[in-house]
Design a protein around this ligand. Structure first.
Ligand code: AMP
Length: 399
């Protein structure tokens, strides 16, 4: 894999696509979580240490094709500058005369941040002319945005056309992400356990199908488990359920039986009388939740079952929480799973945690450094696991 480590950037300007889609405080616009910014530092510093200059480009949020203050990358300047320990220049656009001027006057060791790429609708459309204008700003193109690698956008994929093979490469974050995902996909030490949670079955069907060919155990928790219980004839009260996915759920269970994959669903649940942290709580078998109640966390028996399997595993992939962990009264299951993954890692298992909410959970319980790898990619990681080609990766590989 060709990365910035194999190049000398002396007196050259690297145009780096980063994924700085970070959460901002709604009132003050301060960066609330700088994980993604810190993740790109190794790549940026490599270029600067060689004596090159850096232009950073990213999207932030979902603007509607024009400038919106709440999505301005200007709010990130001080955080990036602090992380790099040097001033960071900023321009109010990502293409145009002013941007060209700022780019061409950059000196070795300097860093320029462009305004949000998605302030131009052409970015998401993968517009060639727009991509060409971006490409003209730097001598080389570096893609370090794993989180957006599953999108064929102008700055993630199309832009690569305008650079010859020797002048486009991966950043170090992107390389680590791919290496870690490959470890879990292609050469998992057995037993391999995948823990899949979160709200929706529909989001996770493809990954579960793909995992059926590879994993020994698939633990299913969170809101999506109740679609499975309903499909199996259980009473789930007011729990989350995707009626149009009941058939899919049954099919997945059948396929798992055929392939001798152990699917584990939560035997019991912690229920709530309403979707609130202060709701009246109860505990019951997940197949018999009474009318008016909803399962918002896995119960103690489920924790015991899941923990036992996790602790015997040699490879673990975790995507999605086991319950509404944002509510303190319904976080026990997610916390217990996070702790079990950390414990298994300490015993020698390889653990990969990916997907926005499981990453927030692992951070919330201060366990990020107790697992093998925390991925910055949510959708991209899932699509990679589903076996799809990531346009942002393919574009660099092409001659
Ligand atoms: P996803 O984005 O699909 O991974 O879903 C993550 C979200 O699922 C989190 O915000 C959780 O609060 C939510 N969630 C997890 N378990 C449940 C549940 N039992 N009922 C409702 N929402 C849930």
């Amino acid at each position: 894999m060709k990365t910035v480590d194999t190049y000398n950037f002396k007196n050259l300007c690297a145009l780096i696509r980063v994924d700085f889609n970070v959460p901002l405080d709604k009132q003050t616009f301060e960066v609330k979580d700088d994980t993604r910014i810190l993740g790109a530092l190794r790549t940026i510093n490599k270029v600067l240490q060689d004596g090159g200059s850096v232009i950073l480009m990213s999207h932030l949020g979902r603007p509607k094709g024009g400038p919106e203050e709440k999505y301005s990358l200007m709010h990130l300047v001080s955080t990036i500058s602090k992380a790099l320990n040097k001033p960071v220049k900023f321009v109010n656009d990502c293409i145009g005369e002013e941007v060209k001027q700022a780019a061409s006057s950059l000196k070795p060791g300097e860093v320029l941040l462009l305004e949000n790429l998605r302030f131009h609708a052409e970015e998401e459309k993968g517009d060639e002319a727009f991509a060409k204008q971006l490409a003209e700003l730097g001598d080389l193109f570096v893609n370090d945005a794993f989180g957006t690698a599953h999108r064929a956008h102008a700055s993630t994929a199309i832009i690569a056309k305008f650079f010859p093979a020797e002048k486009k490469m991966f950043g170090l974050l992107m390389a680590s992400e791919l290496e870690n995902a490959d470890k879990a996909i292609h050469e998992p030490a057995k037993p391999f356990t995948a823990i899949i949670g979160g709200a929706k079955v529909s989001d996770k069907i493809l990954i579960i199908e793909r995992l059926l060919g590879r994993a020994d155990n698939i633990i299913i928790g969170g809101g999506m488990a109740y679609t499975f219980f309903k499909a199996m004839g259980g009473n789930i009260g007011n729990s989350l359920c995707e009626e149009d996915r009941l058939d899919n759920a049954i099919q997945l269970i059948k396929k798992a039986e055929e392939k001798k994959v152990n699917i584990l669903l939560p035997a019991d649940s912690i229920t709530a009388s309403s979707f609130s942290n202060d709701a009246t709580r109860g505990k019951c078998a997940s197949m018999s939740i009474s009318t008016g109640n909803m399962g918002l966390d896995i119960g103690p028996k489920a924790i015991e079952d899941f923990r036992a399997v996790i602790l015997q595993s040699k490879t673990i992939l975790w995507n999605g929480p086991m319950g509404v962990f944002e509510f303190s009264n319904f976080q026990t299951g997610t916390k217990a799973v996070a702790e079990a993954v950390a414990e298994a890692t300490l015993k020698g298992a390889y653990s990969l945690v990916g997907g926005g909410d499981s990453v927030s959970a692992i951070n919330k319980y201060n366990l990020a450094d107790k697992v093998s790898y925390v991925s910055t990619g949510g959708g991209a990681l899932l699509e990679y696991f589903e076996g799809k080609e990531l346009p942002g990766v393919a574009a660099i590989m092409k001659k």
